[in-house]
Every structure is written in C-alpha cells, then in structure tokens.
Design a protein. Sequence first.
Length: 533
Amino acid sequence: MSPSTTDERPTAERPYTHEMIVVHRVFRRESAYLPRLVRAVPDGDTARAAKVADHLREYVAGLHSHHSVEDELIWPHLRTRAADERLIARVEEQHQRIDVSLTVVAEWTAAWERTADGIAGEELALALEQHRTVLLEHLDAEEQLVLPLVAEHLTVAEWDLVGRRGLERIPKSRLLIALGAILEDATPEERTYFLARTPLVGRLLWPPPVLRRLPGDTRAAGRGAGPVTLLNSAPLDVLDACRTCEFVTLGRDGTPLAWPTAVRRQKDGTLLLSTSLAFTQKALNIRRDDRVALLFSDPTGSGLPAHAPQIFVGGRVECPDEIMTGPEGVEDYWRMLFERQPHSRAYVTAPLRRLMDWYYLRLLITVTPDQLVLRPPLPTSAPQDPKGPHPLPGAAQLARFSSAVLAARDASGAPVLARTRPVPADEGFALDIPSDCAATPGPASLLVHRHDELLNHMHNTLVRGTLETAGDRGLLVPTKVVEPMGTGRPTDAIRVLRSTRRATARYLERRGLDRPRVRWDEFKALAVSAKRT
C-alpha cells in the first residue's frame, strides 16, 4: 500500500481519518487468513468447516456494515462538497465489485460447509483470493485518495458520527471480538485512542489477559473456542511431524533470540517443550516476558513432502520453577525424544549417567497459542557460494545454509519469526520479509541450524544485530555471532560438556539448591519402550 496523507494524531480541528486505516488493517489481515483457514480444514471435517464458515460470515457482515456506514455518512457529503464525481464513482464501482466477489464467496461457502469437500474448499479459497484482490485495490484507493478529501470537507463532528455509528452496529455480544481485531496490530497510541472511544463496558472487560487471547479466538475461527483450540486450524500432520521448530524468546535487552527445539502438541491445544538446567536462558527470558513464538519450517527427518507449509505460532508461555528429575506426567514427550533421537537413549546407561545428568534435569515450558499463520515453503535452493571472505560478522556461517530464520519484534514488541534468505550487502544482510510477518525495525537476529534424520550432528549459529525495514524488505546489521555448540573443532564436544555441567551447577548454587538425583530407572524404562517401537 502506498503511503496516504492522513493525520496520524488526532486534533480538534481536523477529522482523525487515520482511524479508518487502523480499521482497514482488520480487513487486510483477515482477508489474507481466510483462504488459509479454508485450506487447512481436513477433507470431510464438516464440524471444522462450519466454524470456519461462521468466521467467514462474520467477516462478510463486518465488511458490509463498514461499507454501509460509508454509503450513509461519507459519500453524500463528498458528493456535494468535493466536486470529484469521477473519484466517487470509481470508489462506488469498487464497492459493487466487492459485493459481486462476496456473492461468489457466499455460494461456495454454502456448498463447502455442507460436505467439507476438498474441491469445493479450493474453489472457495480461490474465490476469497479474488475477493481480496478487489478489496485491496479499493482500500488503497480510499486511503490514498478519499481520506484526504474527508479531512478537507467533513467536520470533526461528522467524522466522529461515522465512528459512533460503526460501533453501534456491532452486536454487544461481539464488541470485544471486534475490538480485539482492531487492536491486534495497533500501536500503543492507536490502542489508547480506540479504547477511549469504546463504551465503558468494553473498557472494563478489557484487561491484558483478554486482550492477548481474543486474537487467537478470531484466527481459530471458532466462536468462543478460546486459544486452546487454535491449533485445530493448523495442518496438524505437519506440526506433529517436524522434528524441531524454531523457538524465540525476548532477551534482557529486548533482542529476540531463537534456537531450535523439540516440541510436542498436547491434547488441550498447548505446546510442550523443555530446557535443561544447562541452557536456562530461555526460562529466564520467559520469566521476564512471557511472549514467545514458534516456527515449524524445517522438514528434515519428518518425511513431509516438499510442499508442506510452514506454521507460525505466537503465544504466551509458562515455565514453573520446579525442576523435573523424571518423566512423570510428561512421558509422551520423553518417549518422543527417545524415538526421534535414538542416540539419546545411551545417556541413561550407567557409564554415561555421571556425565549426562544435566540433560535430564529439566524445566517444563508450556505455550498457549494465540496466533497462527500458515506460509508456503521457501523454494529449495543450494547454500550460498561465498566469493572469498566477507567482512560482515556471521557471513561465513550463514553462507553454509540455503536459508535462515529471522527473529524480530512487531509493533507491540512481541516476537515474530520468518524463514528467509539473507544476502550479504555492504552494511548487512538483505532480507525478504513475508507480508504476514509484521517485523519492525529494532533488535533482531538470524538463526541457522541443522541436524540429520535422527537428530544427530546438530549445529546452530545465531547472528545478533539490528533490523532495518522498508516495506517487505529488510536489512539486518550484524553485531555479534553466537555458536553455543562450537565451530566444528574436535575439542568442541569436550568444551560443551564442561560448559553444561558448570552451567547446571551455577543455576543450582544461585538458588541454594543441592543437585537433584535423576530418576534413572524411569527414564531407562521409557528408553527401552521407545526402542521397541
């Protein structure tokens, strides 16, 4: 979208037309999600199709209401005062084209909802994509051409009536949902403005826990389903098959720090992972800021086809202080690790127990998703062919990989992730950022990692720096390179082993705790059962 000429701060003299841009973000965002939600419904799953169809109808109703308010309270004034009949006719013609596109959407929605047929679902997704093309053309025209006329020809009172009438047409039972959709991508200043205009009941019912859960409710497309069912809209076969995902927390200085980790989906819709006492930085970060994100983008060892989508999950996290010394209560998680990483079974044998007890002293991390985005995979390509040494920190490490994962922050400060291909430039690494990744300038990092089919021969590198953005392009200016597992030298394994034992002891000493005893027999029994499968 090209920049508009609207005022971004409210004044008493001119209509605050920027609020229309904030509302338009909802339609831009939701129209992008809808085709993905439709395609994510398994063939024949009519229950899920009905929920997605309900969400789709709510989107259509909201768009119709938005346009009807414009037709009633904006166009009559502009027609008599702006004297730009060609522009008004153009925008009204766009309204008609949008209505036609929504008629097609409605027809395919009815056909698909009854049977959840895959062919009908694809036709519906295509109709939604065609609708979005028309919609974006219209929104761009309004923001670039119409809103400046509104600011010039409507009074503040007339413009305020547009906002009040829009609020009045939202059913009271859906007010918080609508408010959550508007505030989801809002800046702090925009959020303050909209909350001030919301009826008192809306403000009283809007503490932070509701604010962060409602976006999940919207994207799950299940009325009242809550965030624990959000993952039902994802291709669960892809999520469950991934051997690792990229997991990002926010460091002490606000830098998003991503590392590969293993995750298991729980029956209640949460995601379970853990960290050993040797690598507790994730836990310490979480206890300062519980906003996290995960990206399932590496299919190595999963058996997934090349066209499997990437899955981004944002959410909130809990990490209790309790140190787990056995698998009780999370047996399925440990069984998964033993099955997918066979060499880890050797750690429970008597000769290695003394060296590897740190590996089994764990803190559990539970993520409650509130955001879900599906992305197509990056086309396959070979690693870069570095042409001689490059002065950028991390250039040599990134060149060994065909892609990297960008960890950045959105406008609210929450972490976001996207797989991209960094290209060395004069001042940093040039990046393409997906349009649905709301990365903003600030501290950021690039992660590269690899493992084989059995989660062996692991290596990872994190390049920290500062992100600069311009549209869907970015530039990460690197400042530091972190390689926790070493650089591949023969002595790395010994160094890492010593480091993990020292880190474990340090964590316990700072809390005045004795070193707990690992419940080896329980872990061994699980390892044996995993070997048999």
